[in-house]
Design a protein around this ligand. Structure first.
Ligand SMILES: Cc1cc2nc3c(=O)[nH]c(=O)nc-3n(C[C@H](O)[C@H](O)[C@H](O)COP(=O)(O)O)c2cc1C
Length: 286
């Protein structure tokens, strides 16, 4: 189960206390991203958030711990902390969204402090570090401009995370970061950025995600670039993805328009391999 806090990536109507969404600093999300209000379902500009005080940071850490306890108490196998995609942990890590003058801002060590405190608290809440993971998108553009110090920042963080005995760390590939999720395209191909330096410093199991097919995933694992590969969009649209990867069968095409739909459409109505013309033809030949 993934544990989130959106920080500044939220609409004021979501705040139970009627205050502005909180963030490391009072800095608005750049770009023309929109946020939907839960009251009228209309799209709005993101608000300028309010900067958190120290007490709120402490409470945030405790709320992650409680969320881990809650998840385990309802039978989750483990929890993955959402440290990616421009949400609150990402907002503290990134110097462009974190301009604090206290021990949670400034140096790389200070900006990584909240992430490490949350990991420690969540390990306690979950009862075992082996039940805890964390996800980052070091090169992500979604709701965020990547940190100018991406490599030293995440190298420090990943090397510190080696000490916890986590179940895994989960990193988003640089090539899947080009667009907001609602407009994710089939971006693939080579870019100069790479997760390899983080693989080198992190001693535990590493999962990577972003733009993979069965073939590229196998290649990544064989090359020891990762221990496992996760799928997003193909997994959404292909209910028997694992079987199709094993068979080498074609995947269903995903429909971006229904990625965030509210009902069964785009969620439970994609066909299995034997129920598509291409799948039938493939199986007949195989
Ligand atoms: C509809 C949709 C919802 C997503 N929700 C989450 C989420 O809740 N948490 C998360 O860490 N990533 C989320 N992602 C990102 C995916 O985990 C993944 O990183 C991304 O889709 C790139 O991998 P892919 O190329 O295999 O799709 C979501 C992606 C899509 C398309």
């Amino acid at each position: 189960m993934q544990l989130w806090h959106c920080g500044r990536a939220s609409h004021p109507d979501y705040q139970p206390d009627g205050k502005l969404p909180m963030a490391p600093s009072a800095l608005r999300i750049e770009g023309d991203y929109k946020v939907v209000s839960p009251k009228d379902f209309q799209q709005y500009d993101y608000p300028v958030p309010r900067a958190m005080d120290k007490q709120e940071i402490k409470e945030l850490v405790q709320s992650f711990k409680q969320a881990a306890r809650n998840a385990m108490s309802v039978g989750a196998d483990g929890v993955e902390i959402h440290g990616a995609s421009g949400y609150i942990i990402n907002q503290f890590l990134n110097q462009l969204s974190n301009q604090r003058a206290d021990e949670y801002g400034g140096s790389i060590e200070n900006r990584a402090r909240l992430a490490l405190e949350i990991v420690e608290a969540v390990c306690e809440g979950a009862g075992s570090a082996g039940r805890v993971a964390i996800r980052f998108s070091p090169f992500g553009h979604y709701l965020m401009t990547p940190d100018p110090q991406t490599y030293p920042l995440y190298t420090y963080l990943l090397s510190e995370l080696s000490n916890f005995g986590l179940a895994f760390v989960h990193l988003v590939e640089p090539r899947s970061d080009d667009m907001p999720l609602s407009a994710l395209s089939n971006v693939s191909g080579s870019r100069p950025d790479s997760l390899a330096p983080f693989r080198q410093v992190f001693g535990g199991p590493l999962i990577v995600a972003g733009g993979h097919t069965g073939a590229s995933a196998a290649q990544a694992v064989q090359a020891d670039a990762a221990d496992a590969v996760a799928f997003g969009r193909h997994f959404i649209s292909t209910p028997d993805l694992v079987r199709r990867i094993a068979l080498g069968a074609p995947y269903n095409k995903y429909d971006r328009n229904t990625f965030y739909a509210q009902g069964p459409e785009g969620y439970t109505d994609y066909p299995f391999v034997e129920d598509t013309p291409e799948g039938k033809a493939f199986l007949a030949k195989a």
